[in-house]
Write a protein that binds this ligand. Structure first.
Ligand code: 2P0
Length: 353
């Protein structure tokens, strides 16, 4: 399909091209699960993530005529009130005077534990920055993206990314570029519907009611040190061991909430057991699980075929997504091929609303 640029008539009567940006989801190796007081979403602890190539969100922004409200949409539908609040905040921060038409879409299951809000807000922040008269540094943009969704600040960078509490320019940093370590990441998808309890609510409930929450906070320093060391030395065994431990402790803490939070399905446990079985057979594969039933598995690229087949054979797994360390967000002048369906035909009833 040939590309086209989404155009609507501008106030001056000339077509004004929309700006698109894409950003990748990230998977946390040391989880963010708990907040500190403060504006935006401040983390209680330091987290480390890996940006995931190919699990992509795209955002389109275009200016509307003056005196119109912002118009925002997720496709498929997402939490629009949060999105609208973020767009208002970002316009103020970036000095964008004109109201905006905003569309956010993703090429993978939304709100199912695949960090779609992270990539969505990272893509949107990047697209909005392209409209700013004086675009801020990526550090400032990461701080802005955090106001949409905490984990979005990590998707503002490629590769291995650390996010620590604080508002300074070094709060979010790249630990290593995607090329540093060509790991394979396989996602065993076992349910694509929205999760029962959104992460934000689950995180709050855990923090407020789980008797294990303080113990969870106390584990952060050791897991962080282990993951940082393993990334630096490209030690899959050390990375995987720490990531599994950290994920299981996060879920154990959430299970202790009142009422309890269980993000897993039967297939989630079956995949965990399959990963452990692979290891017993000598294949170095390690899992992590975010706030949903999907299991993400890290392995060497040379083992990804075998691991992918094993995961696809687990009852309840509908399909397996293949990823690897991904890059930073990018601005595009036209929509990515997969997002064409989200881009309405040019100028149909638009611009006069
Ligand atoms: C993470 N998660 O570190 C953890 C692990 C889910 C499990 O960050 O309230 O959508 O918008 O800041 O970023 C999901 O939480 O929450 C998340 P808000 P967010 O990836």
């Amino acid at each position: 399909m040939a590309g086209f640029v989404c155009r609507v008539p501008s106030a001056a009567g000339r077509g004004r091209p929309a700006v698109w940006a894409v950003a990748q989801a990230n998977v946390a190796l040391v989880k963010y699960w708990g907040k500190a007081p403060g504006p935006g979403h401040q983390p209680a602890t330091t987290s480390v993530s890996l940006t995931l190539d190919g699990l992509t969100s795209a955002a389109r922004v275009e200016e509307r005529r003056a005196n119109r409200p912002d118009r925002v949409a997720w496709a498929p539908p997402g939490p629009v009130a949060d999105l609208a609040r973020f767009v208002g905040h970002a316009r103020t921060q970036l000095g964008i005077a004109r109201p905006l038409d905003v569309l956010v879409t993703s090429n993978f299951p939304v709100a199912a534990g695949l960090a779609s809000s992270a990539s969505a807000y990272a893509a949107l922040t990047t697209a909005l920055a392209a409209l700013a008269v004086d675009p801020p540094s990526v550090d400032r943009l990461a701080a802005l993206a955090r106001h949409g969704s905490g984990s979005a600040c990590r998707s503002m960078f490629g590769g291995f990314v650390q996010w620590r509490p604080g508002d300074d320019a070094r709060a979010v940093t790249q630990l290593a570029a995607p090329e540093h370590w060509p790991l394979a990441v396989l996602v065993a998808v076992s349910g694509s519907g929205p999760k029962r309890v959104p992460s934000r609510d689950g995180m709050r409930r855990t923090q407020e009611t789980s008797p294990f929450f303080d113990a969870w906070l106390a584990t952060n320093a050791a897991d962080l040190a282990a993951v940082r060391e393993a990334v630096g030395s490209r030690d899959l065994r050390a990375l995987g061991t720490a990531a599994e431990r950290n994920a299981l402790r996060m879920h154990a803490t959430a299970l202790g909430a009142d009422p309890p939070l269980l993000y897993w399905e039967a297939a989630t446990i079956a995949v965990v057991r399959e990963v452990w079985r692979l290891r017993e057979d000598g294949v170095p594969a390690y899992f992590t699980i975010d706030a949903g039933p999907q299991v993400k598995v890290l392995c060497n690229p040379g083992d990804s075929q075998r691991v992918g087949q094993a995961l696809a054979g687990v009852p309840g797994v509908s399909h397996v997504l293949r990823s690897r360390p991904g890059g930073a967000p990018r601005v595009l002048r036209e929509p990515p091929e997969w997002a064409f369906a989200s881009c309405p035909p040019p100028a149909v009833g638009r611009g006069r609303a």
